[in-house]
Unconditional design. Sequence first.
Length: 440
Amino acid sequence: MIDSLVKFVKSEGFKKYFANTSWVIGEKILRIIAALVISVWVARYLGPDDFGTLNYAQSLVGLLTAISTLGLNGILVREILQNKVNSNKLIGTVFILQTIGSVIIMLSIFLFIYFTKTAEITSKILIIFGAITFLQSFNVIESFFQSKVLSKYTVKSSVISLIISSILKILLIVYKFPLIYFAIVMFIENLVLVFGYVYYYNKKNDVNFNFSFSIKLAKSLLKDSWPLILSSIVVSIYMKIDQVMIKEMISSKAVGFYSAAVRLSEAWYFVPTVIGSSLFPAIMNAKKNSTKVYYERLQNLYDLMFLLAIVIAIPISLVSKPLVQFLYGTEYIQSSEILTIHIWTGIFVFLGVSRSGWIIAENLQKFSTIYLSIGMITNVSLNYIFINNYGITGAAYATLISQSVSVLFAPLIFKETRISFTMMFKSMTLSTIIKKILKK
């Protein structure tokens, strides 16, 4: 087994996919670090009220992004790999469909602004963020490079856009520009990304940007994607609804406090993704040879993720107040209480990311949508109750509880996934680790 694993690691195929994955992971880590540093500076400059307005608008448009993407990016990768249809026709068809989705989002934003009498500055920012969804239709090129194991081209584009937007945000702060310009910079960041995508696409294919559209193909793609659309809608609501509800039920300033805490809490979420993508191939290899070893390695992954989440959560909880005061300033001191609660959601996020590989390996993807739906309903319901009674602290508790329901308790409902609860519960009680220690 060791010899075969060594041969696999040395193979050209492994080197190719590992290099591709390394580009993606490296870019994500760089983006998270840069975004955290810059967002802290932006938050300090704007203050809770304006920072809250910016995040509220972003979350509100984020609720609609499933309409723009239509769940087609993953399917596009699959279709390009199968090579049954000309790639330009595939990319063009998905591009047009997603652009139509962006038109629907823009109309929805205008209707929302009209019927809710939204403040002028918020309306302008919503329109700018709505316009960004049109640019995001060009992410079809990212799917193309992903299918060709050439992610380094999209990563290069992403890093360039990140550097330019970071410099522009710093200039806005130094020269004291108003809130609206920060939204404009986010548009510019996506515009630069599009130029990079188109440049590398034309360069790599040695052709002009000549997408075509097929109605027949569009119908076929939408037939396959509708379950993913529903899943994406559920995810969007699950991840974005808290900040929207805080704004509608309390104020933009409250969103600012909450967003500042969430940025710090979620900054760690790249950890399980990096570790999972690195370790899961070894777990899958074990599945081919031994079910016992397969589940032992999976349990080890759960144990590791739980311990890492605890190692992060405990110190952050203990120093949340001085940490928030140091990073954001005294004005954001209310964010420390949110951070103390929200950081513990990392336990369920880390375990959930670990489980996602198992879900795919066992072909149980339909249960992911069910779990997310249960979590979404729980989250919306608890946010409504808790925000009314406990303010933004209640929103943090709602997120923590809904994450535990979605990741830990929902699998108990179904026989096929009950083992997932058992293994995660073992990790959380440290039972497998204690047994190993006792054996020694």
